[in-house]
Each structure stands twice: as C-alpha cells, then as structure tokens.
Design a protein around this ligand. Structure first.
Ligand code: NDP
Length: 444
C-alpha cells in the first residue's frame, strides 16, 4: 500500500463522520502520489499526516439576542489548518449547514489555493451554523459582535486573517472588524479582509473572485485555441462570486442566460440583465424569482439542479459545494458544453469532475480558478501593512497576472509529472509542492 493510500485509509477510519472533509481529501491526496514518490524524505517526516490534520481548531458558543429580546446560541469554529507559508487565511461562512466537516474541507482546499497564489498566506476557514436569512440588521450586528468576542483572542494580522464567504459580505465584515477594534483598542486593519474602502479595504476585492474566475477561464480557453466571445453561459448562484463572474463574462462577450439562488433559477434568452439581479440580491436581499417583475419575458423554475439542463457552452457553478452531480454533468455534456469553471468551492462531485475530464470538457478546478478572491485579500493585507491604497487598475492588473500564473503553474506541474493537461491534479501538485517544501524546511 502506498504512503498516500495508507494516510487516506487512516483518515477514513478516523473521520468517518466528516463526509465533506473526506471527499476533499479523496480528491487531493491521490494526485500527490508522484510528488511523494519523488520525495521519500517526506514520508519519514510524516509530512502527509501533518498536512491533513489542522494545526489547531477553535470551537465556541455564540450567544446572541434577537429583536424580541429572546436569547439564542449558535456554534462557531475557526479551523487553523496550516501556517507553513504564512498566517492562516480563509473566509468565515454563516449558514445553517456549517459544521466541522465542511470547514475542514474548505480549510484543506484553502491551504493549496493560497499556496497557488504564490503569496505568503497559510490556510484556514471558519464560520457558524447561524442562518442570516430573514434577520434584521440589528440581529446581524449583535451576532457578528458576539462571534468576534469569542474569536478575537485567536486571530491577528500575523496570526490568522479571516475574510467573507457564504453569508458573510461587506456588512458582516464591518461589524466583525468594528468589534475587534473595540475589544483590542487597536487599529489593525490587517486582521481581516474584505473591509469597506473607508476603513482599510482594497479596491476591487468585492469583484475579485468572480473576475479572477473569468481571467482564469479566459486564459484556459486561449491556450486551447478558443474564445469566450459569443459563448452562452449558465451561472449558478447570485451572490458575490456569481454576480461578478457574470459581470466580467459579459464584458468578455459572453451571453449569460441563467442564474439561480437557493430557491430556483431564472432563464433569460436575451441575456440576464445584471443591474436587475444586483438590485434584487445585493440591495434588497430578496429572491431571484422577482427578476420576472422587471423582465416579464424571462422564465423562473423552482429548484436549483435544473439550471444544468439549460443548454450552454460555458458552465460556472458559483453557489455551493456538490451542487453539480453526475446526472447534471451528463446533461451539460449532452448539450455540448465546452468548458466548466468552478467559482464555488468543490461545486462538482468527484464523479462529475471525472466525467467532464473523460469527455474532453475543459475543466478549471476551484482551488485554482476561484483563488482571485484570496489573492486580492493578500493584496489588501499588503496595502494595510504599507498603509497605502492602490488604484483599481493596479489591483486588477495584479489579479490578472496572478490568475494567469496560477494557470501556467498548474499546467506545468501536471505536465512535469506526465499527467497531460489535467489542471485538477496540476493545481493540487503545484499548491502542495510549496507547502511541503516549507513544512519540511521548518522541521517538526
Ligand atoms: P454568497 O452568500 O454571496 O452567495 C451564495 C449564493 O449561492 C446565493 O445566491 C445563494 O442563494 C446561492 N445558493 C446557495 N445554495 C445554493 C444551491 N444549493 N443552489 C443554488 N444556489 C445556491 O456567497 P459567495 O458568492 O461568497 O460564495 C459562493 C461560493 O464561492 C462558496 O462555495 C464560497 O466558498 C466560494 N468562494 C467565495 C469566495 C469569495 O470571495 N466570496 C472566494 C472563493 C470561493 P440565496 O440568495 O438563496 O442564499
């Protein structure tokens, strides 16, 4: 049994009640076989066993009061996974589905994603099973303040730097940072990213994940002699990643014909009007169904999965994990899909990924393709350290060059180990090589 298989089998025994974490490990570990074979010293240093185990997990109760004066308690976590190449870095997710398994899967992915950016950031992730839907502004603020009261001792600009994720956007980051500032009596903007521009945020961070996804996909298409111009795209979700992916796609000449939220999806054959989607989802935090009130010629369908039956050349899953399964993959392949770009983390199931690769569909894996958000977070940290702010052009220029180099590095890693143009394995290997080298160099 190979070293990788031994570690994976052990992991399956120990964490059989953490399916999402095991799914991520099963995607990542086998692709590292050639690296570990080339470095027998890593096995002696138990490097892989250390890589799959978080360095520290902080778990806490988050008590808060609703507008009626009633008390509630949610669970909160911060998974500080790996700090070999820099301070822990990764978002906070507020969603009722959040548990340790999901945060560990996201944290493990984050280690490699952050390494791929070539910037000095380690991997972490955190969040709570709090459901922000239907909560008032005051309730959100009190929850964020309580969450930070529990977390602030464990983070720091050189220790662990959280950011947003599902359910945590600019509003929540403001409340979280405000409480950190109040509790510590310091002005340390570098402790959290995704901040508003008036108090230390970076221009372009809001758009970065979605734009970065399109920069990556554009590079992949060009490299394969294809162009995005004139393509039809289906984009799931209508949150931060989906909206800015759609914006950049449209700028590049793509017609976005469908978008969704957790209730259902809209199809607009004339091309989705993003100003309407932004008004509904970002300004009013309402349901995407309301798109039809502004664009009566569009259609609405209940349920999320059906979106993958809408014919398209380009599919960008930008909502959540495991939202695109094997049957959806076959529906897309049957309609002649050309490329998939994963905007969300682990949106495609393992068998769906495999089907795309086997059918020659160009596949941009999440940890490479959606790294633009965290890369720009690292640029925000750099600006905070230097007490400077860069122009949007500077930020987007750097973002574009980072996304291109992630593409090239992932491809080069795959080719170096004789894996053809497989970006899934290539991204895992390129991300892992840097972390492993640092872990080994630092000793036990
Ligand atoms: P948001 O909370 O802003 O948006 C999530 C969107 O997905 C919402 O529109 C939500 O609908 C929708 N959604 C949730 N579940 C489903 C589902 N099952 N089917 C269809 N739609 C669904 O989150 P983000 O855009 O920030 O994050 C989306 C994904 O991207 C996550 O996987 C996240 O980890 C990943 N990501 C985010 C980064 C960032 O910078 N924000 C960086 C890298 C990755 P509703 O409005 O109904 O809740």
């Amino acid at each position: 049994m190979s070293y990788v298989t031994q570690v994976l089998e052990q992991l399956k025994q120990t964490y059989r009640n953490e399916p999402e974490f095991l799914q991520a490990a099963e995607e990542i570990l086998p692709s590292l076989e050639p690296v570990l074979a080339a470095h027998p010293e890593y096995q002696k240093a138990a490097l892989l066993e250390r890589f799959v185990e978080p360095e520290r997990v902080v778990s806490f109760a988050v008590p808060w009061m609703d507008d009626k004066g009633e008390y509630h308690v949610n669970r909160g976590w911060r998974v500080q996974f790996n700090s070999a190449i820099g301070p822990y870095k990764g978002g906070l997710r507020f969603h009722p589905s959040v548990n340790l398994s999901i945060l560990k899967f996201l944290g493990l992915e984050q280690i490699l994603k952050n390494s791929l950016t070539s910037l000095p950031i380690g991997g972490g992730k955190g969040g709570s099973d709090f459901d922000p839907k239907g909560k008032s502004d005051g309730e959100i603020m009190r929850f964020c303040q309580s969450f930070m009261t529990c977390l602030y001792r464990s983070i720091g600009a050189d220790v662990d730097v959280p950011a947003g994720d599902i359910g945590v956007g600019g509003r929540e980051i403001g409340y979280l940072y405000g409480q950190y500032k109040r509790l510590t009596g310091t002005v340390t903007p570098g402790v959290i990213t995704g901040k508003g521009i008036s108090y230390g945020g970076s221009l372009g961070r809001t758009e970065a994940t979605g734009y970065g996804l399109l920069f990556f996909v554009d590079e992949m298409m060009r490299d394969n002699g294809k162009s995005l111009d004139g393509m039809r795209a289906v984009i799931s979700g209508s949150g931060n990643v989906a909206i800015y992916a759609a914006e950049k796609a449209q700028e590049l000449g793509v017609k976005v014909v469908a978008m969704s939220d957790s209730n259902g999806y809209i199809v607009d054959e004339d091309g989705v009007d993003l100003s309407v989607v932004k008004e509904i989802k970002l300004a009013r935090r309402a349901r995407i169904k309301e798109y039809l009130q502004s664009v009566p010629s569009a259609r609405y369908f209940e349920g999320c999965k059906g979106i993958w039956t809408v014919p398209c050349d380009l599919a960008l899953p930008c909502a959540t994990q495991n939202e695109l399964d094997l049957s959806s993959a076959f529906a897309l392949i049957a309609h002649g899909v050309v490329a998939i770009g994963e905007g969300a983390n682990m949106p495609c199931t393992l068998d769906a990924q495999k089907a795309f690769v086997e059918h020659g569909v160009l596949f941009a894996p999440a940890k490479a393709a959606n790294a633009g958000g965290v890369a720009t977070s690292a640029l925000e940290m750099a600006q905070n350290s230097a007490r400077l702010s860069w122009s949007k052009e500077q930020v987007f220029g750097q973002l574009q060059s980072i996304m291109r180099s992630i593409y090239r590095n992932a491809l080069a890693a795959a080719r170096r180990y004789g894996l053809g143009d497989n970006l899934i394995d290539g991204a895992n290997i390129a991300g892992f090589e840097r972390v492993a080298e640092a872990m080994y160099a630092l000793g036990l």
